[in-house]
Design a protein. Structure first.
Length: 276
């Protein structure tokens, strides 16, 4: 089994993959689309995808989840501890420009403002670290992981610069084959996408089945269908296993109101969800 991730060596996605499966082979991809495509064609490849962040919200991969409809096997809420890293011998007082992914810059905005640093958006965090190692300029630094600092022989100038110390990103492990765990005493999440029939109060009517059956919905997100601002798909996470009667009844009611509905996966709820 191999795991593909967006970015280059040292990215947070790779760090998370190594945390989950220390010995697994990881393969970098230039884009999220490439990750999804490779996983959709090979049962021995899984994709690790950042779906949302506790501080800055959705990452923006919803259209690819809809396009490829990969099965979700696992979720993990992984701590994102940002570091300011520069070339050897540089100091915080030397830094003028900081480079990173837009999400990382946003998640460390207070630190940048406090230290009068100029943020510069690049494609990803690890790529920014690589750029700093090649630029060899003491006035430039990157926001990236400790793994990036190790890989590109850089110095950590300041650790944990994120605005929120509880800065977590939710990652999904996804793949081609449908795998559904047997129901047991563990807590589960069922994820699905759906498109409603066009009628007044369609969403209100469609969601009533969840209320009637006592099913908790933890995520509901809309996004427009391709080339349309009037037709929308919804991504939905609910507490429970597909084999539970209340989940089956809720989805039967939902399907009645849908033009399209697809279950993306059933998987164990990560223990981070129990944190208050």
């Amino acid at each position: 089994m191999k795991i593909v991730y967006q970015g280059i060596a040292g990215s947070y996605s790779e760090s998370c993959a190594k945390y989950l499966h220390p010995t697994i082979e990881t393969i970098p991809c230039k884009t999220f689309d490439e990750c999804f495509e490779r996983a959709s064609k090979n049962s021995n490849i899984r994709a690790i995808i950042p779906e949302s962040n506790k501080t800055t919200g959705n990452i923006g991969v919803e259209y690819l989840i809809f396009k490829y409809r990969l099965n979700i096997y696992e979720e993990i809420f992984y701590p994102i501890n940002h570091n300011l890293i520069g070339i050897k011998g540089s100091k915080l007082k030397d830094i003028k420009n900081v480079y990173s992914h837009a999400q990382a810059l946003s998640q460390a905005s207070e630190f940048l403002k406090k230290n009068n640093l100029s943020g510069n958006v690049r494609a990803d965090t690890a790529g920014s670290a690589k750029y700093i190692s090649e630029a060899k300029d003491k006035s430039k630094a990157a926001i990236a992981s400790k793994l990036s600092a190790e890989i590109y022989n850089l110095e950590i100038l300041k650790e944990n610069i994120q605005d929120d110390n509880e800065n977590y990103t939710r990652f999904l492990i996804m793949g081609k084959d449908i795998v559904q765990p047997e129901i047991d005493k563990n807590k589960y999440i069922t994820s699905l996408l759906f498109k409603l029939r066009e009628r007044p109060a369609a969403l209100y009517s469609a969601l009533s089945g969840f209320a009637i059956n006592g099913v908790n919905m933890t995520k509901l997100q809309s996004f427009p269908e391709k080339n349309s601002f009037s037709s929308f798909f919804f991504l939905c996470d609910i507490d429970g296993h597909l084999d539970e009667i209340k989940i089956k009844n809720s989805l039967e009611e939902l399907a009645f109101h849908c033009e399209d509905m697809h279950v993306l996966g059933v998987y164990k709820a990560h223990n981070f969800r129990e944190k208050k």
